[in-house]
Write a protein that binds this ligand. Structure first.
Ligand code: CO8
Length: 258
């Protein structure tokens, strides 16, 4: 994999790990970091030896938002002509399951990055928020849309209009995070979840992820039709044959990974 300056990449078993690494800026998301995360995630996505991806930061900060210092000098025309931060959209095109392992601050773009992932494993010290309103801007990497879908309009409006922070207990209660785990073990716990997924059939996990994501885009009837078509298509795979045969024969399934 390419050498990066703002992230660290490491593969453990079938899990590709991307660690945001701008500790002095609490992992603030600048353009370089965005390009590196997207590039690393795309490389893992096309690597058949990787069955799940973990994105994490440090125990103090997953990410304290988009880099305010980088943005502060920009004009409207700069933002428009650069289509600033649009490349984050490529992260959600990654087909391999992506897990956010979040400890500490997940604010602004940090909260938005976590929400771009498929599963959020949150440490007990995690804090979420969309404080952009305090800077005279609004969420710009999907926060107003994904937060509302995740926790509903009542709480999303509260978060976006007041900029208040949400501790992990409330975040779990509201449906923002998948699991809350001890701060001491949050990364290991997230890697364990990723390992479980990575040992399943990669083609089927890709289809399962697509089916759940479809629910965010279309009506219930359309979503159910999509699900049924995809479900039927799983019967064209060796892994459906293997998975069902293994159950009948009372043994572990030996799934393909490509
Ligand atoms: N950008 C740049 N630098 C940052 C950021 C940030 N978002 N957050 C922290 N830092 C830097 C600080 O400037 C400081 O650097 P230095 O030591 O050089 O002064 C260092 O990190 C440590 O920070 P603090 O001293 O402030 O640490 P504290 O523990 O006192 O406070 C906080 C931690 C509460 C996280 C505080 O740093 C903070 O409030 N940070 C900003 C949080 C924020 O407002 N985030 C939202 C940013 S805007 C955003 O994400 C919009 C996304 C949409 C963009 C879309 C474009 C299309």
């Amino acid at each position: 994999m390419t050498t990066f300056e703002t992230i660290i990449t490491e593969q453990r078993g079938r899990v590709g790990i991307i660690t945001l690494n701008r500790p002095k800026a609490l992992n603030a998301l600048n353009s370089q970091l965005m390009a590196e995360v997207v590039s690393a995630a795309q490389a893992y996505d096309t690597d058949p030896s990787v069955g799940a991806i973990v994105i994490t930061g440090s125990e103090r900060a997953f990410a304290a938002g988009a880099d305010i210092k980088e943005m502060s000098e920009k004009t409207y025309v700069d933002m428009l002509s650069e289509d600033f931060f649009s490349a984050w959209g490529h992260l959600v095109e990654v087909r391999t399951p992506v897990i956010a392992a979040v400890a500490g601050f997940a604010l602004g773009g940090g909260c938005e990055l976590a929400m771009m992932c498929d599963i959020i494993i949150a440490a007990e010290n995690a804090v979420f928020g969309q404080p952009e309103i305090n800077l005279g801007v609004i969420p710009g990497i999907g926060g107003s849309q994904r937060l509302t879908r995740a926790i509903g309009k009542a709480k999303a409006m509260d978060m976006v209009l007041t900029g208040r922070r949400m501790k992990v207990e409330e975040a779990e209660r509201a449906g923002l995070v998948s699991r809350v785990v001890p701060t001491e073990s949050y990364l290991d716990d997230a890697i364990a979840v990723a390992t479980t997924i990575s040992e399943l059939s990669l083609p089927i996990t890709i289809l399962a992820k697509q089916a759940v994501n479809r629910s965010q885009e279309v009506s219930l009837a359309e979503g159910i039709l999509f699900e049924r078509r995809v479900f039927h298509s799983t019967f064209a795979t060796d892994d459906q044959t293997e998975g069902m045969a293994a159950f009948v024969e009372k043994r572990d399934a030996n799934f393909s990974h490509r």
